[in-house]
Each structure stands twice: as C-alpha cells, then as structure tokens.
Design a protein around this ligand. Structure first.
Ligand code: GLU
Length: 485
C-alpha cells in the first residue's frame, strides 16, 4: 500500500513571497488537497543574515490571505515540529556528527582564500569549478596542524564517484554526473547548518513524500539524495520530486524576489483578490486539459495532477491577471465587495468608518462594480461622495469649466432646482430635455460639464446615479460653486 501523500512548502523568507513562490505553494496545496494528503508548511530560516521575523510573519500572513491552509506548520503545530528550522539546530548538528562518525562527511579546514585560489586555477585550466577534495583524507598530523593554527573546520559531505539519477514527475529521468557535484558543505565553521543539510533532514524526518518546488532547485537534488543515503534511507522511501518550470516576466526575464513589483504584498495593496491571484497562478503552467481561463479553488483541488503541469516556462501576463481580477470583483456580492472595499477607503482617508458612511458606500458600490479592475480604484471613484468642502481640485479640471460649460451649468441649475423628486430618473429627464433637446448639445459636452462640477473628475460612476446619492443640496451647491470659477 502506498504511503499517504505529504507535500511541503518550505520558503526561505529573505523577502516578501513573490509570484513564483506562491505558484509553488498553490501547486503544493492543490496536490495535497487533491490526494487527500497533508500540506506541511516549513520556514527555512537558517540564513540568519537575510531572514527576518517580519518576513517570516509576512509569509505566514500571505498563505493565510490566499486561503492556502496548512495541516502542519507554524501556528497550527503538528507531530513533526518545530517547523522553523532555526528551532531545529540541535537536530542538524546530531545528523552532521553521525555523518562524520560514518565517514560520509569530513572536516574541511580550507580557508576562503585557499578555496578561491583553487577556483582560480580551475578557471585557468578550464575545468569544472568545485571543491578539489583537499581535506578528504587528512592525516592526524595535518589535522593537528590546522587545529593549532586555529582554523575552524566546516563539515563537508563526501560525494562518491559515479552519478545520481532520479525520476522527476515533470521532467522524467534526470541524471547528474558527480564530476559536476563536488563535495559540499553541510555545516559552516560557526556550526550553522546549510540549506542542503537542513532541507534533506527535515523532509525525511517530517515524512514528506512529494517535493514540488521551483526548477531553480533542480541542481541541489543529487546533494539532497546523498544526505538521504547517509541518513540510511532506502531508495524506495526517498521523496518523489517534481520541479516546476520558471515563471518568466513579460520580457522573458526571470521574476525574482528582489523585483518588488512581483511580491504578493504589492498585489494585495493594489487590491487584487486572493481568489484572482490563485485562479491566475493555477493556470500559469498547469491546465486541466482544456483552455479554460477560470478555475475555482474547489475545481483546482478536484482536477490538479502533477502530470498536467507543463514542462516549459510560463509567462506572467499582468493584463490577464487584471482581467481575471475584474471578473472576480464583478462576481462578488455587494456585502463581499463592501468588506473588501472598506479597508481601502479608510486607508485612503475617504471615510472614517461611521455607520452612515458605510451605508452610503454600500449604495454607491453597485455603480462602480462593473467599472474597476482593482480595489485600489475604489477610493478615487467614491471620494466625491464624502468630501466636505467641495472644490474642483485640479487646474486641468478647472480649465474645462469654460464659458460654454458655464452656460450648461446655469441651465442645469435652473432645471434641477425646482425638482421635488430627486432620483436618477428625474435628474436625467430634467437634464436631457433641457441640455440635449432644447440646447441641442452633444451628451458628452452637456453631461461632461455637470460631471466635473458635481464629482470633480472626468471619471466617475454613472452621473445621474452619482447625483442621486450625493443629494440635491450638495449637487446644486457644487454646480453653483463651479459657476464661480
Ligand atoms: N527554502 C528554499 C527556497 O526558498 C526551498 C526549499 C525547497 O523547496 O526545497 O528557495
């Protein structure tokens, strides 16, 4: 009987998670959910110079925000913790000691300068760079000499001659000749473990069955397999690997953590919905076998298989993501749309959050639901309803209020003032019969002037509905004020 599936997502939070990480996390999650297995979340924070507590928290918050719930890991716990590598240092030290005792690993005393000199010589001789095995078989005297010099040794894994072949679920058989996989460092001179040791030890100890991760880590696989061997793991028990193709930028450049624009925090602040991001990323490099553009989280968990992941790089297309986000915003109920919009409105200072303001926002949201692609557009669209002492703000808008528009505004004022019923139908009827029919103006000219006067902008929700929500008093006051410009 095959083992229950356990998939892990194991970021090193040296910055905000980016699109590539999240696509990996999403596929990990989807595979775990599809198979009814376990989704494990582990923080690989052994690089203490680059990982910060803020980034760790941000990684946790991002997964939560996206709805990628985990069964084992930070905050939820589990039987195989701790799930922060910085809390597992003793475990790695024990394994490193065991590898030294077994002679799978050895102490290497080479200094940084000596290693650099070796690399230099390799470059000059045009041979593959890598550790030359200098300290593999030191005599007791040599060791005593290095120790007397006060050198702090690193622990290095001995790579046997030959090669490593493993079956990758996406790429098929992948082979590495050990000529190109030199002996590698497991533990630094200061006793801290390196990624290759920690990741392999944890995957084994946490009983991970499937490693789905970015293809940038493909070349580390033979080293990890070497660690499994030293741990005494039978080949049948190695985790199964699947290396996901890169997510490329539009210009074919690699997307990277350092590119701020692709951090998930950036998308959240712009007002992308997690569902849109998951929907878009799910179809970036995977498809269930048709050319659909939409997939829900439920469908993803039903349909996701690694076999359907493409082996060629996927290209990130912002326009597509925006279009999907617009679709998802339109699909929200008004209450959901309200919940998503309120933080944007308060953050922008448009509302303070009173019940009265919220009620007005709720009335106005249906007017803009069809028109926006990101939640960050909401404040600018609705601001006109909440500004107290209204002024037509920008010079460019003020310039549009010329003599011709003043004639329009004068007439509008005259027609609107006597209205006893103030709703979009009565406003529209009054303005159409006077401005379009009587004055013979084109709607763009006629209504454009009224729009600028009442909302302060050339872009606003539908005009008559906007004026209805604004109320008669404020609408007329703003038209009068525009006439003073
Ligand atoms: N911690 C590694 C990284 O963020 C990934 C580890 C893995 O998936 O094997 O690059």
């Amino acid at each position: 009987m095959s083992k229950p599936v356990k998939v892990r997502f194991a970021p090193s939070p040296t910055g905000d998670l980016h699109v590539g990480n999240i696509r990996t996390a999403l596929f990990d999650w989807a595979y775990a959910r599809h198979t009814g297995g376990t989704f494990l979340f582990r923080i690989e924070d052994t690089d203490t110079t680059r990982v910060t507590d803020e980034y760790i928290q941000a990684a946790i918050d991002t997964l939560k925000w996206l709805g990628l719930n985990w069964d084992e890991g930070p905050e939820v716990g589990g039987d195989n913790g701790p799930y922060l590598q910085s809390q597992r240092l003793g475990i790695y030290a024990e394994w490193a000691k065991k590898f030294l005792d077994q002679k799978d690993a050895y102490h290497c005393y080479c200094s940084a300068d000596e290693l650099e000199a070796v690399r230099e010589a390799q470059r000059a001789a045009n041979v593959a760079p890598g550790y030359n095995g200098h300290c593999r078989d030191l005599s007791a005297e040599q060791i005593a000499e290095f120790q007397a010099e006060g050198r702090l040794p690193v622990v290095r894994m001995r790579m046997p001659d030959g090669g490593t072949t493993f079956n990758d679920l996406i790429r098929g058989d992948v082979s590495f000749d050990h000529k190109f996989v030199p002996d590698f460092v497991l533990v630094r001179g200061d006793g801290s473990p390196l990624y290759t040791l920690a990741v392999a030890v944890d995957d084994v100890m946490m009983k991970v069955t499937h490693v789905l991760r970015g293809e940038d880590l493909l070349s580390s696989t033979p080293r990890q397999i070497r660690v499994y061997q030293a741990m005494g793991l039978a080949e049948a028990d190695y985790p199964v690997f699947a290396h996901l193709p890169f997510v490329m930028g539009q210009d074919n450049a690699k997307l990277s953590k350092r590119n701020g624009e692709v951090s998930i925090a950036w998308y959240r602040d712009k007002g992308f919905l997690p569902e849109a991001i998951c929907n878009y990323l799910a179809l970036l490099g995977w498809s269930p076998g048709d050319d659909r553009e939409n997939v829900t989280m439920k469908e993803l968990t039903e349909l996701f298989t690694v076999e359907k992941v493409h082996s060629s790089p996927a290209r990130f297309d912002m326009k597509k993501l925006e279009a999907i986000n617009g679709d998802k915003i339109r699909a929200l109920t008004i209450d959901e749309f309200l919940d998503w919009s309120l933080p944007f409105l308060t953050k922008a200072g448009v509302i303070s959050g009173t019940a009265e303001e919220i009620a007005l926002v709720k009335q106005a949201l249906p007017l803009i639901q069809e028109r926006i692609i990101m939640l960050s557009e909401v404040p600018a669209m609705l601001k006109f309803l909440f500004v107290k002492d209204f002024v037509v703000e920008t010079d460019s808008v003020a310039k549009i209020i010329d003599d011709a528009s003043k004639a329009v505004l004068n007439r509008s004022l005259k027609e609107l003032a006597p209205l006893t019923t103030w709703n979009h139908d009565s406003i529209e009827a009054a303005l159409r019969s006077s401005l379009i029919e009587d004055m013979g103006l084109k709607p763009r000219i006629a209504f454009g002037a009224v729009r600028i006067a009442t909302t302060g902008s050339t872009i606003s929700p539908p005009l008559f509905e906007s004026m209805e929500l604004l109320g008669k008093e404020a609408s007329l006051a703003r038209i009068s004020a525009a006439l003073e410009l």
